[in-house]
Design a protein around this ligand. Structure first.
Ligand code: GUN
Length: 278
């Protein structure tokens, strides 16, 4: 029988811890403020942004929201980021992705001051993960590590396979698992004999962005399976990259979608906002 990894419960625990920490900070006259920028009207992004604001309010972090029209120019966005970089009352700046096609992520993300880059996407923070310098950890991969630790799943010495190589999940995920002394493989759409590779995993992290791609035939008996994907199926129901029905019976532990990794991403963002670079 598999164990369901309850991200909602763990994220609530983390938010309670942070609320306590934030109360101490406020009592000593220190505040936290997160600025969230959303460009355009992607409905999924609007939901994420709202959830981030709600989490801030719950913990006691002030939040500023900038909802900009999709026609906003790159220059206008860079100007706003510059202004927020200079504001002493703002500690965190987050630009919700994806951005409209005419705005270049690779120009915008490095414009955020690394000290305020609570998403951990600035090249300085990306480099910090690799070298072990203090820096912000990207929220989704950090949330996966926290899920594993709080579930009592040992990472050290384990064969960990990350399926997906994006800059915001796959690559930093591999690096964080390596930091926990796992043996790590990254595989992707061009991997030859993909199922042979994923089938070796003691811990399989799936972040490919393809609904239900990973079925039971990708997974070793007894593996821990972490599903980072989030999609809506044809009936409007949320689902992940993992076909839960066929994978769960083979897994020793598995995350649900929703209620697995998703809430942890927000909890780790809140941690970055409250605790700063660690
Ligand atoms: N879009 C999807 N995931 C993320 C995230 O973690 N941060 C931001 N800023 N945008 C996202």
């Amino acid at each position: 029988m598999y164990k369901l990894i309850d991200g909602k419960k763990f994220s609530q625990e983390i938010k309670e811890e942070l609320k306590g920490r934030m109360a101490e900070l406020l009592a000593s006259g220190r505040t936290r403020c997160l600025a969230v920028i959303l460009v355009g009207n992607d409905p999924a992004s609007a939901v994420y942004v709202r959830n981030k604001e709600k989490a801030c309010a719950y913990i006691g972090i002030r939040s500023l929201s900038y909802v900009l029209p999709k026609e906003t120019t790159e220059e206008e966005l860079l100007e706003l980021i510059g202004e927020l970089n200079r504001r002493e009352d703002v500690n965190g700046i987050l630009v919700q992705l994806p951005l409209p096609a005419h705005i270049h992520e690779e120009k915008v993300l490095p414009a955020i001051s690394p000290e305020k880059d609570v998403d951990g996407f600035h090249p300085f923070n990306v480099g910090s993960i690799n070298t072990g310098r203090p820096g912000y950890l990207p929220c989704t991969p950090a949330g996966v590590i926290e899920l594993l630790k709080r579930s009592g799943i040992e990472i050290e010495g384990k064969e960990c396979v990350v399926l997906g190589r994006s800059n915001i999940v796959g690559k930093p995920m591999a690096m964080l698992l390596l930091r926990e002394n796992a043996t790590v493989t990254i595989c992707h759409s061009r991997t030859v004999n993909l199922k042979d590779v994923t089938g070796r995993a003691d811990i399989l992290v799936v972040a490919v962005g393809r609904p239900g791609l990973v079925d039971g035939s990708y997974v070793k008996e007894g593996a821990v399976v972490i599903d980072v994907g989030i999609h809506r199926d044809e009936n409007g129901k949320l689902c992940g990259d993992v076909d839960f029905e066929s994978v769960a019976p083979k897994a020793s532990a598995i995350t649900p979608v929703p209620g697995g990794v998703g809430p942890m991403t927000i909890a780790m963002l809140m941690k970055n906002c409250v605790c700063g670079m660690e």
